[in-house]
Design a protein around this ligand. Structure first.
Ligand code: PMP
Length: 459
């Protein structure tokens, strides 16, 4: 690896002195160097010390779906930026039109793409659409938005108001009114919901959403916002029968179904979009991370023509979606997204996500024979997790410090893995794996071997 500068220690010092890193406490940086990444290729990254890591998290936050070092994306973005980089607001661009058309081909039943930059922003757009429909169509009724315990929809105050992970919300209130929580659907912890696991659990869990709707009044509720598979809230896969019942409930009470595909979109769970795996038909879909695999900042809020039509009114000066996203006009995003989508198609990465995901699941399940600390293995496609417990009988979560030590042990071995949030402070106990969709059996074996070693040492 060729380091692009002469003195790595100067970079480390600049970072330590001036960068406020996301999501971590900085106290340890007084004694430990911040880790700076320099280069990436495929599944691998190299840090400033020259150490190689296999990245089982696709850029830490489940984003780099097509892997690092894609010259095809970088070349296309460069060419486009030199030709025409940006126009915000009302005028269109060629890549903006082309990517919207390609995206809609993958999403039968939906028809309009609204561009923004981050997952949080796309979700804010969706919330604003629901609110404006409530005023324009329902006389101010149907403005409430349902969200699920343990789902996450972003970091802004409105997104946190729709945030089901209490630990992330602590100390950021007061929150925006009009967001109402419904229960989650984790079968492994069905007892937390007062339900029995097994046949009928999925429908019963969905019925708990209906109970909230009836309590609040169906005419007060405009939308239900859900992740297809809950990501950061503990990798919760939907039980059988769950999504069918959710769709039925939305139709029965005239509630828009908003699916947050910020993590699952673009192949993460083996289909273009997570909802397609479960056979549901949403009204609004938001997406971000895998759309351009981190090669450019882009997010989309995609709607049906029916939702769009509600904003098409030239008799009224308020009759349009009065929203803007400055950098929604940057051509780097849709240009990178077009190439990213083409790579997924050309290299058959949806199939790879499904088959390698199943292999990863099998390998993690095999580890259960050896490590009683693994209570449950779950996930879809190349988004898998193992919930760690102190005792399989009681299912008491392994303390967060011990989980952190296992993650750090993997890191020391050169495998970047993560742990997701159980929504209870100190109970971040689910190991999380989301390798790039290009992962091979050898890559997965390498990741699982690191976890095996870390669990052995932890025991
Ligand atoms: N929705 C989900 C499901 C997410 O996991 C995230 C980010 N982890 C977001 C929304 C927010 O995306 P961003 O950080 O790009 O704002």
């Amino acid at each position: 690896m060729n380091l692009p500068f002469n003195d790595p220690s100067k970079i480390v010092e600049a970072d330590r002195a001036h960068v406020w890193h996301h999501l971590i406490q900085h106290k340890p940086f007084e004694t430990v160097d911040p880790r700076i990444l320099v280069e990436g290729k495929g599944m691998r990254v190299w840090d400033i010390t020259g150490k190689e890591h296999i990245d089982a998290l696709s850029g830490g936050v489940w984003t780099v779906n097509v892997g690092y070092g894609r010259e095809r994306i970088a070349d296309a973005v460069r060419d486009q930026l030199v030709k025409f980089n940006f126009f915000g607001g009302v005028l269109g661009t060629i890549p903006g039109a082309q990517f919207a058309e390609r995206l809609i081909e993958k999403m039968p039943g939906l028809s309009r793409v609204y561009y923004a930059n981050s997952g949080s922003e796309a979700n804010e757009k969706a919330f604003k659409m629901v609110r404006q429909i409530s005023h324009r169509v329902h006389g101010g009724k149907k403005g409430k938005i349902l969200y699920r315990h343990r789902d996450y929809h972003g970091t802004t105050i409105a997104c946190l108001s729709a945030g089901g992970q209490d630990e992330r919300n602590a100390e950021y209130g007061p929150f925006t009114p009009g967001f109402v929580r419904v229960p989650h659907c984790l079968e492994y912890r069905a007892h937390e919901l007062g339900l029995e696991p097994g046949p009928g659990f999925g429908e019963a869990a969905a019925n708990q959403i209906e109970e909230v709707i009836l309590r609040e009044g169906p005419d007060t509720i405009g939308a239900l916002c859900l992740e297809p598979v809950t990501a950061g809230g503990g990798l919760i896969t939907p039980p059988d029968g769950y999504w069918e019942r959710v769709q039925e409930i939305c139709r029965q009470y005239d509630i828009l179904l908003h699916i947050d595909e910020v993590v699952c979109g673009l192949g993460r769970i083996g289909t273009w979009f997570g909802y397609q795996k479960y056979g549901v038909q949403p009204d609004i879909v938001t997406m971000a991370k895998g759309v351009a695999s981190g090669y450019a900042a882009i997010s989309c809020c995609v709607t049906t023509e029916d939702v769009f039509e509600k904003f098409k009114d030239d008799t009224d000066r308020l009759g349009y979606f009065r929203d803007i996203s400055t950098f929604g006009g940057c051509t780097a995003g849709p240009t990178a997204a077009l190439e990213n989508m083409a790579i997924i198609e050309d290299e058959n990465l949806l199939d790879n996500s499904a088959t390698m995901g199943a292999y990863l699941h099998e390998r993690l399940t095999d580890l259960m024979d050896k490590h009683s600390m693994i209570g449950d293995v779950r996930g879809e496609g190349l988004f898998r997790g193992a919930e760690l417990v102190t005792d399989r009988e009681t299912r008491e979560p392994l303390p967060e410090k011990q989980v952190g030590a296992i993650v750090a042990d993997c890191m020391a071995q050169g495998a970047i893995i993560g742990a997701t949030n159980r929504s209870v402070p100190g109970k971040n106990n689910t190991l999380c794996l989301s390798p790039a969709l290009i992962a091979t059996k050898d890559d997965i074996d390498e990741i699982v071997t690191a976890i095996d070693g870390a669990l052995t040492r932890a025991a």
